[in-house]
Design a protein around this ligand. Structure first.
Ligand code: FE
Ligand code: FE
Ligand code: FE
Length: 211
């Protein structure tokens, strides 16, 4: 990087920069997920994070394939956006004690990550198409589909306020703190309904809650 030149001159440079940025981001995400898995006490959330960690490992491989298709070395370029999003998530985890509040915070932190990834994959796919590099698109699209599916599942969990073990008997004493934390709860905490059903019947509520 010099004073008189700029590194990104062409659409192709921009595309390569974006790819390297995302390669870095996916690698950082893969490093961060184990900590999120550890902190998640909600079984579905934990299972979701575990699944997404293995998906993320596959996504990194797909990005390596994209580099290969382009005849380029897989290389990461530091992405301050994902660094910031992940740092915010870590800071938040450090501030929360209550398990239920932690689960809710983790869902939101993870959604920030997914949304970032979704915007980047969208841009990369558009640029690949503009550059006549349709050969990269299926790989990028496969990653994007996983990010979107993950985001959807996180939304479903947020709608149920990740609340499952409402009745943790052993933690009876902690209940007061828990209640104070759930300000917008409208549904009884116990008995989360079946995941697949709740999504559909819950469309209107979703809009209200996320507003
Ligand atoms: Fe990803
Ligand atoms: Fe970035
Ligand atoms: Fe993701």
């Amino acid at each position: 990087m010099g004073f008189f030149t700029k590194d990104i001159k062409t659409m192709n440079d921009l595309f390569m920069h974006g790819l390297q940025d995302l390669y870095y981001a996916e690698n950082q995400i893969a490093k961060s997920l184990p900590e999120m898995i550890e902190k998640a006490t909600n079984p579905q959330l934990r299972a979701g994070f575990e699944k997404h960690l293995s998906e993320t490992e596959g996504q990194i491989q797909r990005l390596q394939q994209v580099f290969e298709v382009l005849d380029a070395e897989p290389k990461g370029e530091r992405c301050p956006a994902i660094d910031g999003i992940l740092k915010e998530g870590r800071d938040l985890m450090g501030e929360i004690d209550d398990e239920d509040v932690m689960n809710v915070g983790l869902v939101a932190a993870a959604q920030a990550v997914e949304h970032y990834e979704i915007t980047r994959y969208g841009a990369l796919m558009a640029w690949a198409s503009e550059l006549g590099r349709g050969d990269c698109i299926p790989l990028l699209k496969a990653n994007l589909a996983e990010e979107k599916a993950t985001d959807k599942k996180l939304t479903a969990l947020a709608e149920r306020r990740v609340n499952p073990q409402g009745e943790k008997k052993s933690e009876g004493e902690k209940k007061p703190a828990k209640r104070a934390s759930s300000t917008a709860r409208r549904k009884p905490k116990s008995q989360a309904r079946p995941a697949a059903k709740s999504k559909r019947s819950n469309g209107a509520k979703k809009a209200r809650r996320r507003a």
